[in-house]
Design a protein around this ligand. Structure first.
Ligand code: COA
Length: 187
């Protein structure tokens, strides 16, 4: 089985798989940034914001990683080991697809510094080089311009619109679909 305690360094940042020891910080990250994240997230009842639920989520992601179904990374500041975002590969499909979905968020206070673009570029390399996938796709709401910019800067192409693709805040929202394949990376 793949070792799970590796770290992907990106200058003053690094990505590593989230673990149970991260649960308090991850919960606080969501709580502190909820007003910022809410427009782009599924409806979350109050029971979402509990240690028990976050333990369940982290354990479910760890099981999904062992099953090669999902990889949930925290983004950390290298100098303080502070958790500032989550970047997650999910819906891994093998066989003739070799594809997965990418989702992410970054704490509001660290926005606008290019951190997400760098994290996304690094995680794509991980998906292609370490996981051997061929395609990574991502979906953003039509009005999520910041997320669309991140994907464009990381080399994704806009592929079209998926109508009523995800239920965000209790509403089925149309999404812009983006993707990148191994052929798109510089050789
Ligand atoms: C989307 C998100 C991850 C971006 O993180 P980030 O680290 O600030 O992104 P970067 O700094 O790498 O790049 C952001 C780009 O969007 C641009 N941008 C940000 N807000 C914008 C806006 N309202 N209109 C136009 N461009 C905008 C920035 O100028 C930058 O582009 P530039 O480098 O060409 O100037 C972060 O805002 C976030 O977590 N948002 C809430 C959750 C979310 O939307 N997740 C994605 C769901 S698909």
């Amino acid at each position: 089985m793949r070792k799970l305690d590796f770290r992907l360094d990106i200058d003053n940042l690094y990505l590593r798989l989230l673990e149970e020891k991260d649960i308090p910080e991850l919960l606080k990250l969501y709580q502190d940034n909820w007003a910022f994240l809410q427009p782009w997230e599924p409806y979350r009842p109050e029971s979402f914001f509990t240690s028990d639920n976050f333990r369940y989520m982290v354990q479910a992601d760890q099981a999904a990683t062992c099953a090669d179904e999902a990889y949930a990374f925290g983004l950390f500041l290298a100098d303080s080991d502070r958790l500032i975002g989550r970047y997650r590969l999910s819906w891994v499909m093998r066989g003739c697809a070799e594809t997965c979905n990418l989702g992410y968020f970054l704490a509001e206070a660290y926005n606008g510094r290019g951190y997400s673009t760098r994290a996304v570029k690094r995680i794509i390399r991980f998906a292609f080089e370490e996981l051997g996938l061929h395609r990574v796709f991502a979906a953003t709401m039509i009005n999520n311009i910041a997320s669309q910019r991140v994907l464009e800067k990381a080399g994704f192409r806009r592929e079209g619109t998926a109508l009523r693709f995800l239920k965000i805040n209790n509403r089925w929202e149309d999404h812009c679909m983006f993707a990148i394949t191994t052929e798109d990376l510089p050789q």
